[in-house]
Design a binder for this molecule. Structure first.
Ligand SMILES: *[C@@H]1O[C@H](CO)[C@@H](O)[C@H](O)[C@H]1NC(C)=O
Ligand SMILES: *[C@@H]1O[C@H](CO)[C@@H](O)[C@H](O)[C@H]1NC(C)=O
Ligand SMILES: *[C@@H]1O[C@H](CO)[C@@H](O)[C@H](O)[C@H]1NC(C)=O
Ligand SMILES: *[C@@H]1O[C@H](CO)[C@@H](O)[C@H](O)[C@H]1NC(C)=O
Ligand SMILES: *[C@@H]1O[C@H](CO)[C@@H](O)[C@H](O)[C@H]1NC(C)=O
Ligand SMILES: *[C@@H]1O[C@H](CO)[C@@H](O)[C@H](O)[C@H]1NC(C)=O
Ligand SMILES: *[C@@H]1O[C@H](CO)[C@@H](O)[C@H](O)[C@H]1NC(C)=O
Ligand SMILES: *[C@@H]1O[C@H](CO)[C@@H](O)[C@H](O)[C@H]1NC(C)=O
Ligand SMILES: *[C@@H]1O[C@H](CO)[C@@H](O)[C@H](O)[C@H]1NC(C)=O
Ligand SMILES: *[C@@H]1O[C@H](CO)[C@@H](O)[C@H](O)[C@H]1NC(C)=O
Ligand SMILES: *[C@@H]1O[C@H](CO)[C@@H](O)[C@H](O)[C@H]1NC(C)=O
Ligand SMILES: *[C@@H]1O[C@H](CO)[C@@H](O)[C@H](O)[C@H]1NC(C)=O
Length: 837
């Protein structure tokens, strides 16, 4: 029996040995921990599918799970960005050896951070960044005395009691960004953290630095990285304690309200990265900056710095790789052309600075340069040749809004990915581009010749081509299958001729197609119906023929369709009413002869008074280099607000223009369902019948032009209810009766009602039944027909300009500036039309 037992024991030992040996390469999971993990998973409502690997016994191989090689315990659980939702089960407490827990970038739906986390005493790293936690940070976290890293940033958390922080005595990394710290003296607690290496307090609503705080932030010899960006710091006193920051390597004070001049920085002898973007610094850049031997990144952009920048500002900066002085409009670069800088930069941004008329020659020495931004820098020089040849690693080049001239050589062997030369004076043919280029922005130059060179290579990465406002000619090339990922194509305002090429149908992602103002002829290619992502088609101002294709009805994402000023004939197809998202539909100045289909109740966006969703991204807008003209485009943070506002403004416009065609029949009843419409123009057709009685339901109308038709009957009284109406024209119809009384309708000039059969009443002379002569004897009758036609022609021109302005503006929206006031300008222009009358 004993021997049997021995044999059994041996067997067990051998078995254990085998397990141990195999465990060396493949640790086995603890059953209890496996169950804990499964129970944690079951508490979740949703995850991104990554946890589908959480099956079977081998929990150490599950996604996000790391076990100890020696003990087999789960020591790390990282489930970042897998879209977890639901509850965080306390079964995690069973993971007794868990030292690192990462649940960042999930969406826990605003639940509080569970208090039981405070019982996971062994935790050393806890990452809960941006996972939609809310409520108060549980003070139990203070029980995690081994914690080295704590990231609670970018949730909706509050800190009420902050005593717990001082218990985390070995903390090295702390990120509390986006927690309001304005009411706490938490900074005082932080000062007791002797081992703190890296501290992030961005967006914490910290406004005042009491002078006692900065010297005590951490142990001076330990803090390496301090991020206080996006607060409301107003005192520069932080710099006064420079000597205690001699260990600091990264200092980020971006987007505060620091003012006065940048103080001397000599004490910051270890500084590698300095970010002072978006403050209110004035005065000149201190020469002491040039004495920081470790400096790699210097970002002083978006301040009000002034004075000269000279070579001595950079004398010891031989490690500098990023220099950003952009948008300090009073800063003048005063650097000798033969300067040989101590550094080799990767990124230079001098946008919106006064670089001087000449292209800075010293840039030629920067042969490792990846990104050069000199847009809006007042350069009037010729682009130097070395830009394209010597700077062979250049990937991003932004030079828009200067007066740079010259030609561009064959770029096919360069590394350029993004190139914005808009609004300059370049005058060569369009060059050959490298295969991997993604954005080509050359609008507003004097490029000549044809585009055929684009067909020489495939460009799989290409997303945007903006070539508007140049002097390009010849046929639009028919090789678009070679750039299949194009999102926006803008060839507007050139001299392209021939037909719109069928290969555009290969652009399955294209969202914006702008070709207005060319000499294009033929029909819209049938293949275009395959471009189902199209939201914007502007082919106005060409010589297109044929009928409006019925496949337009399949372009369900279409928001803007401009066929204005072509030679289209036939009817307005009822299929157009399938395009329910339409927001601007301009078919004016064509030869359309049909009735107007009565299906406008289908246009849901036009029916709604809400602002539709609109994304400038689809216009290939070159956001990377764009800035507001500096008056209020102060920072890119504010600028994003601008962008939103800009989108909103652009989205506001809802317009139908069928003017100057040969449309007949009556105004469809369904028009009145377009309650969100801003502008309706049906002038210059042969419309008959009454003005629809419900017209007053289009409450948002700013502009209504029904002139030059044969409309009869009375002006509907409901019209008096449109208070927003700024432009009105009913002239040249057969309308009769009394103009309804409302301050609105009476505020227009008599010309708005001129040339009708029998309109009367203010602003026209009183009606006969009121005892006055009817309109027929008005002095206006002396106006001869020719004058009338002239008037309407001029009016046409004015309105053409107005709408041309919109489309023209969109055409170059990506290239020039974001103008808040454009809509105002546009409607002022319409007002001018009115005034002109
Ligand atoms: C466990 O062992 C693997 C190689 O077998 C190694 O790559 C890994 O870093 C080890 N993990 C730990 C936590 O020691
Ligand atoms: C957070 O969760 C709440 C509740 O589910 C939800 O309404 C909110 O949109 C979420 N916030 C974010 C930023 O995801
Ligand atoms: C954990 O923290 C809470 C609140 O800070 C405290 O009351 C409790 O005693 C602590 N528990 C342990 C086990 O330390
Ligand atoms: C910032 O703090 C002030 C008081 O110091 C408070 O009135 C304000 O609401 C806070 N702002 C945010 C966004 O928390
Ligand atoms: C910066 O200073 C200018 C005037 O010097 C002032 O108008 C502006 O409000 C200040 N901006 C901030 C963010 O403090
Ligand atoms: C800095 O801003 C504060 C508060 O706005 C102001 O009182 C102070 O005069 C400014 N200092 C300088 C040097 O502009
Ligand atoms: C551009 O340079 C000219 C002279 O070269 C100067 O008069 C003008 O003020 C500068 N403009 C800007 C915006 O710096
Ligand atoms: C452009 O350069 C490439 C690479 O050097 C060369 O193959 C190609 O022939 C050149 N094209 C023209 C038109 O010069
Ligand atoms: C272009 O990009 C592809 C994939 O990103 C890469 O493999 C290729 O080497 C790049 N070509 C050039 C010429 O840089
Ligand atoms: C068209 O482009 C030319 C430059 O080629 C420019 O001068 C003109 O203003 C542009 N026209 C419109 C309407 O944008
Ligand atoms: C498009 O419109 C036409 C005519 O109005 C209609 O017959 C057709 O069913 C619509 N097609 C779709 C797919 O909605
Ligand atoms: C209105 O739109 C729907 C699709 O939303 C379409 O089925 C219907 O045919 C359209 N009606 C007309 C008259 O086009």
């Amino acid at each position: 029996m004993i021997s049997d037992k021995r044999i059994a024991l041996k067997f067990v030992l051998v078995l254990l040995f085998c397990v141990f040996v195999s465990g060396d390469s493949e640790v086995r999971c603890m059953e209890r921990e496996r169950e804990a993990l499964l129970s944690f998973k079951n508490g979740l409502l949703y995850e991104h599918g990554r946890l589908s690997s959480w099956r079977g016994d081998e929990c150490c191989k599950w996604y996000g799970v790391v076990c100890s090689n020696t003990t087999g315990h789960v020591i790390s659980l990282h489930l970042n960005g897998v879209n977890l939702r639901g509850n965080i089960g306390s079964s995690l407490l069973e993971l007794h050896r868990l030292t690192s827990l990462g649940l960042s970038w999930n969406d826990f739906g605003g639940i509080p951070i569970p208090e039981f986390i405070g019982s996971m005493k062994q935790l050393q790293h806890l990452y809960l960044r941006s996972s939609n936690f809310s409520g108060t940070v549980p003070p139990q976290i203070g029980n995690l005395t081994d914690l080295r890293s704590l990231d609670l940033s970018y949730n909706s958390l509050m800190i009420e009691n902050h005593d717990w922080l001082s218990s985390l005595s070995v903390l090295s990394y702390l990120d509390l960004s986006h927690i309001d710290l304005s009411h706490t003296n938490l900074l005082e607690q932080i000062t007791s953290l002797q081992f703190l290496h890296e501290l992030h307090l961005a967006f914490c609503n910290i406004s005042v630095f009491t002078s006692s705080v900065p010297p005590r932030i951490g142990n001076p010899t330990n803090l390496r990285s301090l991020d206080l960006s996006f607060n409301s710091l107003i005192y520069t006193s932080i710099f006064a304690f420079g000597s205690v920051f001699e260990s600091l390597e990264i200092l980020n004070l971006e987007y505060n309200q620091l003012n006065g001049s940048i103080p001397g920085l000599t004490a910051f002898s270890s500084l590698k990265e300095l970010y002072l973007t978006g403050n209110n610094f004035t005065g000149s850049i201190p020469l002491s900056i040039g004495q920081l031997p470790e400096l790699q990144v210097l970002d002083l952009s978006y301040n009000s710095l002034e004075g000269l920048v000279s070579e001595s500002h950079f004398s010891k900066l031989d490690k500098l790789n990023t220099l950003d002085l952009s948008f300090n409009p009073l800063l003048v670069l005063d650097i000798a052309p033969d300067w040989s800088p101590p550094f080799q930069l990767k990124t230079i941004s001098l946008a919106g600075c006064n670089v001087g008329s000449y292209f800075p020659k010293w840039i030629r020495t920067q042969t490792n340069l990846l990104s050069l931004d000199v847009h809006g820098a007042n350069i009037t020089d010729e682009a130097p040749r070395w830009l394209w040849t010597t700077l062979s690693s250049l990937q991003h080049i932004y030079m828009s809004d200067n007066q740079i001239s010259g030609t561009i050589p064959n770029l096919s062997t360069t590394s350029i990915m993004h190139m914005d030369l808009s609004n300059n004076r370049f005058s060569s043919p369009i060059p050959l581009f490298p295969t991997n280029i993604s954005g080509i922005y050359l609008g507003g130059n004097m490029f000549t010749g044809s585009l055929s060179s684009m067909c020489k290579a495939r460009h799989d990465q290409l997303r945007s081509i903006i070539l508007s406002d140049n002097q390009l000619a010849g046929e639009v090339p028919d090789c678009w299958e070679k750039m299949p990922n194009l999102l926006s194509l803008n060839l507007a305002n050139n001299s392209f001729s021939g037909e719109i090429p069928p290969s555009l149908g290969a652009l399955r992602d294209i969202a914006a197609l702008q070709m207005h103002g060319n000499n294009l002829s033929g029909e819209l290619p049938y293949s275009l119906r395959l471009c189902q992502e199209l939201r914007f088609i502007d082919v106005g101002g060409n010589m297109l023929t044929g009928e409006i294709p019925t496949w337009i009805g399949q372009m369900y994402k279409m928001q803007f369709l401009n066929l204005r000023g072509n030679k289209l004939h036939g009817s307005i197809p009822p299929e157009i009413c399938n395009v329910t998202n339409i927001q601007v539909l301009d078919l004016s100045i064509n030869k359309l002869s049909s009735i107007i289909p009565d299906c406008f109740n289908n246009f849901t966006v036009l029916a709604s008074k809400n602002t539709p969703y609109f994304d400038l991204y689809y216009f290939g807008t070159n956001f990377d280099s764009m800035d507001e003209n500096n008056q209020d485009g102060y920072s890119s943070f504010q600028w994003k607000g601008q962008q939103l506002e800009y989108k909103k403004n652009l989205g506001v416009l809802k317009l139908i223009d069928f003017s100057s065609n040969r449309l007949f029949g009556s105004i469809p009843k369904s028009f009145s369902d377009m309650r969100g419409l801003n502008s309706l123009n049906l002038s210059g057709n042969s419309l008959t019948g009454y003005i629809i009685p419900d017209i007053g339901e289009m409450e948002m109308l700013d502009s209504l032009d029904l002139s030059h038709n044969q409309l009869s009957g009375k002006i509907p009284t409901s019209l008096a209810e449109i208070y927003s109406l700024g432009v009105l024209d009913f002239s040249h119809n057969n309308l009769s009766g009394k103009i309804p009384t409302s301050t609105q309708l009476q505020s227009f000039n008599a010309s708005a009602y001129a040339w009708n059969d029998g309109l009367c009443g203010d602003p026209l002379p009183k009606c006969p039944e009121d005892g006055m002569r009817p309109y027929a004897t008005d002095p206006g009758e002396n106006m001869n027909e020719k004058d009338g036609i002239n008037l309407s022609f001029m009016q046409e021109v004015w309105l053409s300009m107005a709408f041309g302005y919109i489309f023209g503006f969109w055409g170059i929206a990506g290239l020039i500036t974001l103008k808040k006031s454009w809509r105002i300008a546009f409607f002022n222009m319409l007002d001018d039309v009115e005034y002109w009358f």
